[in-house]
Design a protein around this ligand. Structure first.
Ligand SMILES: [Zn+2]
Length: 628
C-alpha cells in the first residue's frame, strides 16, 4: 500500500504594513526614497515617484566591409526629476573595446579601437567641444558631459558618432561571420538617472548586464542592398525594401496562426528578396522600449507566425526565426517561440506579451544567447530541449528586465531568476524525461553552501568578472527561490502578488525591496522567514532528520537555513509506505526545527527525507533506519 498525503498550510503571521520592523536590511538610499515618497513601505511606487525618459530619432549606416557604424541621433531627454543635473552621462558600451580601457577579461587586441568617436554633440543648442577632454570625459564605458539640465525640463541633444564593431571577440553582439552581424549597444545612450542612485555610473566590463531608461525609438538603418535587417520595433517601410512576393508573405504572417516561410533559400536563388538597389534604408519604430538592437544577414531563412497574446482585445504578436542554412532545429524555432509566448501570456507570468514583435536571430554559434527588446541574439544548441529552453529563456526577458525596467547591473536575479525558472513546465511537457527542475536543483547543489554561493542581494557588479559566482547568485538560486516561494504561497496567491507588482511597476524601475514589500502587502503575510535566508543570507539547502521518537514525532532540522518543502517517504515494518509533502511555508515560524506527527499505528522501519526536486547538499542526514 502506498499513500500520498499533501499537506497545505496557511500563512499565519500577518504583515504589519512596514518594512522597518521586519529586520530586513533597509539601505540608506531606499530609506531616503521612502522619506521623499518616491518609493513606499507597501512596495507600490511612491506618490512622488518620477522617472526620466529619452526618445531617440536615429539615422545610421552600417558598413559591413569595415565593421563600422556611423550615425546621427536626435534625442529628446526628459528630466522629470526635481534635481538640476550638472552633467549628462551617456553609455558608450563599445568603449569596452577602447585601447587601455579596463575589462573583465582579456579580449586580445584584434578588435580594439580608439573608442566611440563623438564627431558632434549639441546639448540644448550649446555645441560641445568634442576635442576637449574636459568637456567630454570618458570613464570606463561612460561619457560624461558637463551641462545644465534643469528640473522638470525637456532637453534636446543632437550627436553624430561612429564606432567599430567587434569581428573576432564578440561580446553579446558583433560580426559573427562574413554574412551575419548583430548590433546591440551601438549608439550613445543616455544613462539612467534614478531616485536611488542618481546617475548610473556602473561601467560595462563585459560580465554584468544593463540598466536602461525607457523611450520611443524611430530608427532608419542603411545597409548594402543585399542585406535583410530585423530590429527592435516594427518595420515601417516594408514596401520600400522587399520585392512584392516577400512583402505579401510578410504581411500575411501578421495574421497567420500557421508558420509562414517568408524567405527561403530559393528566394535568393531567383533574386526575389530585396529591391534592387545598392543601398536600402530600413525604418523601424518602437514605443516605450529600453533599448534598440538589430540583426543583419545575407542569405538568411525567415519563418514567422502570429499568436494572439491578449484574448480580451485580440492583440497579436508576430514572432519569427531568422537563421542561416543548416542551423540545427531552427525550422522549429517559430513554433517554440509561439508556444513560449502563449504560455507566458496565459500561464506564467500570465500577462499578455508586451511587444508586437519578437525575433529569434541565429548567430550561428553553438551556445549562449542574449536578449534585447523584441530581439534575441541566439546560438544554435544541438539538442532540442536546449534550443527550446534558450528560445523560451531569451523571450522571457521581454517581461524582466524589459517590460519591468529592473537594474540588471546590481540585481540580475530580478530577471535571470524568472527567465531560468519559467521554461520548466513547457520543457518537461514537450521533452518528457528531461526533468528541467531536477537539473536546476542539481546545478544549484553543485555550488550551494560554497563560498561562491553569494546571497543574491549582493550587488552583481561587486562580483565583477566572476561570472561563475554570478551564475549561482543571479540565475539558479533565485530561480529556486521563486519556485519555492510559489510553493509556499500557492500558485493563486503567488500570481496575485506577482501581477500587482508587475502592473504597478510596468515601465518603471522597481528594485528588490519594492518586490518584497509588494509581496508582503498582497499576501498580507510576513515573508521575512523566506526572503532573508533566500536573498540576503549565506544560507544553503540542507534539511536533516534530527530524530524520531517513540510517540511518533519526527523532528526535521533546517541545517542550512533555507526554507524548503519537506517531502517524506515513510516505510513501515509491513513494507507499506506513505509519502508526506509539506510546503515551504512549514518554516514560517522562523524556527530551525519542525515536528511532524507520523500518522497511523504501524511501526516505522525507515524514513527518507527529500527528493530530486528539492535541493539538499547534505543528503547523508536524510535517511533514518529504525532498528528495534
Ligand atoms: Zn538570461
Amino acid at each position: 500500500m502506498r499513500k500520498l498525503i499533501v499537506i497545505s498550510l496557511f500563512l499565519l503571521l500577518a504583515w504589519d504594513g512596514t518594512t522597518q520592523q521586519t529586520g530586513r536590511y533597509l539601505f540608506k538610499e531606499y530609506r531616503d526614497a521612502i522619506e521623499k515618497q518616491t518609493r513606499s513601505n507597501d512596495g507600490s511606487p511612491g506618490v512622488n515617484y518620477w522617472q526620466n525618459a529619452a526618445n531617440y530619432t536615429i539615422r545610421a549606416e552600417f558598413f559591413p566591409d569595415e565593421n563600422m557604424i556611423r550615425g546621427h541621433a536626435g534625442i529628446e531627454y526628459l528630466n522629470n526629476s526635481p534635481d538640476t543635473l550638472s552633467v549628462l552621462v551617456f553609455n558608450i558600451y563599445q568603449d569596452i573595446f577602447r585601447k587601455g580601457n579596463s575589462r573583465d577579461w582579456d579580449i586580445g587586441d584584434v578588435d580594439l579601437h580608439q573608442g566611440t568617436q563623438i564627431e558632434k554633440l549639441i546639448i540644448n543648442n550649446f555645441q560641445v567641444d568634442t576635442d576637449n577632454r574636459r568637456s567630454l570625459r570618458r570613464s570606463g564605458t561612460k561619457l560624461i558631459v558637463p551641462a545644465e539640465i534643469l528640473p522638470h525640463s525637456e532637453n534636446r541633444v543632437e550627436l553624430e558618432w561612429s564606432v567599430q564593431i567587434p569581428a573576432t571577440r564578440t561580446v553579446r553582439m558583433g560580426r559573427y561571420s562574413d554574412s551575419i552581424a548583430f548590433l546591440a549597444y551601438w549608439y550613445p545612450q543616455i544613462a539612467v538617472y534614478d531616485d536611488l542612485d542618481g546617475w548610473d555610473m556602473i561601467s560595462y566590463g563585459g560580465s554584468v548586464e544593463f540598466y536602461n531608461e525607457f523611450g520611443d525609438y524611430d530608427v532608419q538603418l542603411t545597409l548594402p542592398g543585399n542585406y535583410v535587417v530585423w530590429a527592435t520595433g516594427v518595420l515601417d517601410n516594408p514596401e520600400e525594401v522587399f520585392k512584392p512576393l516577400i512583402l505579401d508573405r510578410y504581411q500575411r504572417a501578421w495574421q497567420s496562426d500557421e508558420k509562414i516561410s517568408i524567405i527561403s533559400r530559393e528566394d535568393y536563388i531567383i533574386d526575389n528578396v530585396t529591391i534592387d538597389r545598392e543601398k536600402l534604408t530600413w525604418h523601424f519604430k518602437a514605443d516605450q522600449v529600453p533599448d534598440f538592437s538589430f540583426g543583419a544577414a545575407l542569405g538568411f531563412n525567415w519563418d514567422a507566425v502570429s499568436v494572439v497574446v491578449d484574448a480580451e482585445t485580440g492583440r497579436r504578436t508576430l514572432t519569427d526565426a531568422v537563421y542561416p542554412d543548416g542551423a540545427i532545429n531552427y525550422d522549429q524555432v517559430t513554433e517554440y517561440a509561439r508556444k513560449s509566448i502563449l504560455y507566458m501570456s496565459e500561464v506564467m507570468p500570465g500577462l499578455p506579451f508586451p511587444y508586437p514583435q519578437m525575433t529569434n536571430f541565429c548567430n550561428g554559434r553553438r551556445s549562449g544567447g542574449m536578449e534585447t527588446p523584441m530581439m534575441a541574439n541566439n546560438s544554435a544548441p544541438e539538442e532540442e530541449p536546449g534550443i527550446f529552453g534558450l528560445t523560451f529563456h531569451e523571450i522571457a526577458h521581454s517581461y524582466f528586465p524589459f517590460m519591468m525596467g529592473t537594474n540588471e547591473k546590481k540585481y540580475a536575479w530580478m530577471d535571470e531568476g524568472w527567465a531560468s525558472l519559467w521554461p520548466h513546465v513547457l520543457v518537461d511537457s514537450l521533452f518528457p524525461g528531461y526533468n528541467y527542475v531536477e537539473r536546476s536543483v542539481q546545478t544549484y547543489i553543485n555550488h550551494a553552501g560554497s563560498e561562491m554561493d553569494i546571497p543574491p542581494m549582493v550587488p552583481n557588479h561587486l562580483l565583477g568578472a566572476d561570472y561563475g559566482a554570478l551564475r549561482i547568485s543571479s540565475y539558479v538560486r533565485p530561480a529556486m527561490a521563486f519556485h519555492f516561494l510559489e510553493n509556499a504561497l500557492g500558485t493563486a496567491l503567488f500570481l496575485k502578488a506577482l501581477h500587482v507588482f508587475m502592473r504597478e511597476w510596468e515601465g518603471k524601475h522597481p528594485m528588490p525591496l519594492d518586490f518584497f514589500n509588494t509581496f508582503e502587502r498582497v499576501t498580507n503575510a510576513r515573508l521575512d522567514w523566506f526572503i532573508l535566508p533566500w536573498f540576503y543570507e549565506s544560507a544553503y539547502p540542507d534539511l536533516a532528520i534530527h530524530k524520531y521518537t517513540r510517540d511518533r514525532k519526527l523532528v526535521i532540522s533546517n541545517v542550512g537555513g533555507l526554507p524548503l518543502p519537506i517531502e517524506l517517504l515513510i516505510t513501515f515494518t509491513d513494507d507499506s509506505t506513505i509519502e508526506m509533502q509539506y510546503p515551504t511555508s512549514i518554516w514560517q515560524s522562523g524556527e530551525r526545527q519542525v515536528v511532524i506527527d507520523v500518522p497511523g499505528s504501524l511501526t516505522v522501519k525507515e524514513i527518507r527525507l527529500g527528493s530530486k526536486r528539492v535541493p539538499d547538499v547534505g543528503s547523508r542526514n536524510n535517511i533514518l533506519h529504525i532498528i528495534d
